[in-house]
Design a protein around this ligand. Structure first.
Ligand SMILES: NC(=O)c1ccc[n+]([C@@H]2O[C@H](COP(=O)([O-])OP(=O)(O)OC[C@H]3O[C@@H](n4cnc5c(N)ncnc54)[C@H](OP(=O)(O)O)[C@@H]3O)[C@@H](O)[C@H]2O)c1
Length: 284
């Protein structure tokens, strides 16, 4: 993989990272169908130069972090593991808010224990005013708790997830915001202005569902471009994100080593201005 980099917190990471959510069982709940295959994906990612992994203790819950620990601990010094707090899973696999002081402290300690770390490099506060998309609401109370845990040395950098521009501004009055992780891809472009604002002050933007998540991206224009370039549609979707803005860090998720390798190879794909215009038209 070619290795263009960007700063996350105070560390330089390759812009192509890996999102570990797909390693848990169906519906991101329970253990994977094939544990050895899940461990192999993590090891292949690191062997291929990935140095940024996105996770959360709510994946499984606990399962994904425990797989990361089993596959990769003791961690390479250059590896940045970013996790997130602010949600918890119900016994029925539901995703529920977990914003209280006690829940946030518990979640940070769950992440530390299951990842086998003394300090978490990046912790995103995942807003849950609306589970599926950013919605207004004050994040002051939960972020103040995370800032206290940061002062205690349990967290190095704080980021935000599923947030509005107003919440980013509110967060910055409480602590430094290292990154923003929202839903964004070739067809979901609500954050276009936010990405440009964050780029201007050097803040990383980490799109989740870069390939469409549970609803994989599908577009005849995307398939046409991919066929012309001798690439897959997913590779073109990732290359488009890499070219969209230099502060975008990618964390495509996969449970397959073959897909992992295809995703990493997307860093070699160069999209011309004409192709970018063609792809930009998909969202409109
Ligand atoms: N902050 C948040 O609220 C939030 C929400 C969701 C996700 N995330 C993070 O974002 C990361 C990425 O999101 P995601 O994994 O949900 O969605 P995604 O990366 O958009 O897509 C993952 C889906 O695409 C498939 N896929 C991956 N590579 C492929 C390829 N080369 N060709 C064809 N299919 C491919 C995967 O299936 P296979 O397993 O079969 O490859 C999986 O079904 C997650 O891992 C997680 O760390 C954060």
């Amino acid at each position: 993989m070619s290795t263009s980099t960007y700063t996350l917190g105070d560390r330089s990471v390759n812009r192509m990272g890996y999102g570990a959510m797909q390693l848990a069982g169906p519906g991101v709940f329970g253990p994977p169908k094939d544990r050895d295959a899940a461990l192999a994906v993590l090891r292949a990612a690191i062997d291929s130069g990935v140095n940024h992994i996105d996770t959360s203790d709510i994946y499984g819950p606990h399962v994904t972090n425990q797989l990361i620990r089993e596959a990769l601990h003791p961690y390479a010094g250059h590896l940045v593991i970013a996790t997130k707090v602010g949600a918890e899973r119900g016994a029925d696999a539901s995703w529920n808010p977990a914003f209280s002081r006690e829940q946030l402290i518990q979640s940070v300690h769950d992440n530390l224990r299951n990842l086998g770390l003394d300090v978490l490099e990046v912790v995103n506060f995942r807003a849950m005013f609306d589970i599926g998309s950013p919605a207004e609401g004050s994040i002051e109370a939960p972020l103040t708790v995370l800032a206290e845990l940061q002062a205690q040395g349990l967290i190095r950098h704080i980021g935000l997830s599923n947030v509005t521009a107003a919440q980013v501004a509110e967060g910055r009055r409480i602590c430094r915001i290292a990154c923003v992780q929202n839903l964004y891809n070739l067809v979901h472009r609500a954050d276009d202005a936010l990405i440009d604002d964050l780029a201007r002050d050097g803040t990383a933007y980490v799109p989740f569902f870069p390939l469409g998540g549970f609803t994989p991206l599908q577009s005849s224009a995307l398939s046409d471009v991919a066929a012309r370039l001798g690439a897959t549609p997913m590779q073109v979707a990732l290359a488009w994100l890499l070219r969209r803005s230099p502060n975008i860090l990618l964390i495509p998720g996969t449970s397959s080593v073959a897909h992992l390798r295809q995703n990493l190879a997307a860093t070699e794909l160069r999209l011309s201005d004409e192709v970018m215009t063609e792809l930009d038209a998909i969202a409109s």
